[in-house]
Design a binder for this molecule. Structure first.
Ligand code: FE2
Length: 382
């Protein structure tokens, strides 16, 4: 597929998801970490304008000189910006203006992609498209957070229950100890944090090819695990106590039965379906309760071919750190992944909310251990 077609396809997928939103849904920011849909639509556009159009189109006229301040996310090299917590404070620019901004940038991008200098920018465009795909997943999880914290639990779309998948099998995979190569070795796109192929030693280990289900997790809850400090990491126990946590995000006990908010509305928890929306502390406590552990990110990658993956982002027991020989670009794009390599844990796999063609066995996702609004799950190892 030509890059110009690929560009249209990815950009359109963002718009398609938004077609289910009401106008009032676009601007709301319920919590700092979940951005408004309007901001995602503009920020992904800003990325192409800032890193491609402004650098590669002679005498490019930027759409609006305020937008760099409004829609820069975290790139210090790209200048000052509004606080993340203030992204929901902007009733203006209106959503119509943002769609106009997208159309303006898309028209300029198409001219560039169909011109002679396309070869020079192909890597940047590919990064921009992968960036947009990451934001497509964030759009889903941020919209779910907004609607799931609305007391009337509005349905986003009746056909969009993303938490109904079951495991396809129930086996234990045994891996022989030895030295294995870790990191991306292909020729297609990957992020800088997957590069720096290196050898890692793993001892013999076993890893489930399936993920923990809701029913299994209900057993954990009903064993009073949320009140047993022996199961929890200290930071996790403080989080449980400070926030009165007793179940995964979006779960509610109604008339003695567990329910959860899904994008198809409030439903009874399906005990056979795969668990979602737990943080690293809950994943770790569950593993402790089972007398098992979470896999390291290296064990996960070694076993990947034998695992059923792609339905949940799976917490690993690995801190998000640079691989040996990790290098980053100079300037703003060097800020993409590298500067977040502290205080975060690696998640492997991909989730039901991840865009198509945006996952691979070497992909390293990372979040703060406390976060659970992504479609996260638990795979056990020992
Ligand atoms: Fe971004």
């Amino acid at each position: 597929m030509k890059i110009s077609e690929k560009y249209n396809q990815v950009r359109q997928a963002t718009i398609d998801f938004c077609s289910h939103l009401e106008i009032e849904d676009y601007s709301i920011q319920v919590v700092q970490f979940a951005s408004p849909a309007k901001w995602h639509l503009a920020h992904t556009t800003w990325f192409f304008e800032t890193f491609i159009l402004k650098n590669y189109v002679k005498e490019y006229t930027e759409y609006n000189s305020n937008f760099n301040f409004l829609f820069n996310s975290y790139y210090n090299n790209a200048g000052d910006r509004i606080l993340q917590a203030n992204r929901g404070n902007m009733s203006r620019p209106s959503i119509d203006k943002i769609f106009e901004y997208r159309a303006y940038v898309d028209a300029n991008m198409q001219e560039l992609l169909n011109g002679d200098s396309v070869k020079k920018i192909i890597d940047l465009v590919t990064l921009g498209l992968n960036h947009e795909q990451q934001h497509q997943e964030l759009l889903i999880t941020d919209v779910k957070y907004m609607l799931g914290h609305n007391p009337i639990f509005p349905e986003f779309n009746s056909g969009f229950n993303l938490v109904k998948d079951n495991n396809s099998s129930n086996e234990i995979v045994k891996i022989k100890g030895g030295t294995y190569k870790i990191g991306y070795q292909g020729k297609d796109f990957c992020y800088d944090n997957e590069l720096g192929v290196h050898q890692v030693y793993a001892a013999d280990f076993e890893i489930n090819n399936h993920l923990v289900t809701n029913g299994e997790y209900i057993d954990f809850i009903e064993s009073e695990a949320y009140t047993d400090f022996n199961l929890w990491l200290d930071e996790g126990w403080s989080w449980v106590k400070a926030n009165n946590i007793n179940s995964p995000m979006y779960w509610h006990k109604i008339k003695g039965k567990w329910h959860y908010y899904t994008l198809s509305g409030l439903l009874k928890v399906d005990e056979n379906a795969i668990l979602s929306h737990i943080n690293y502390f809950e994943a770790n406590a569950y593993a402790e309760w089972k007398g098992m552990r979470l896999p390291t990110e290296f064990e996960w990658e070694i076993a990947a071919q034998k695992l059923d993956w792609g339905k949940r982002w799976e917490w690993t027991n690995s801190a998000y750190l640079p691989y040996p020989n990790f290098t980053k670009e100079n300037g703003a794009l060097g800020e993409y992944n590298g500067k977040f390599m502290s205080s975060k844990m690696v998640l492997r796999g991909a989730s039901v909310a991840t865009s198509k063609n945006h996952s691979r066995p070497t992909y390293r996702n990372f979040f703060n251990p406390v976060e659970r609004w992504q479609y996260t799950g638990i795979r056990l190892a020992k």
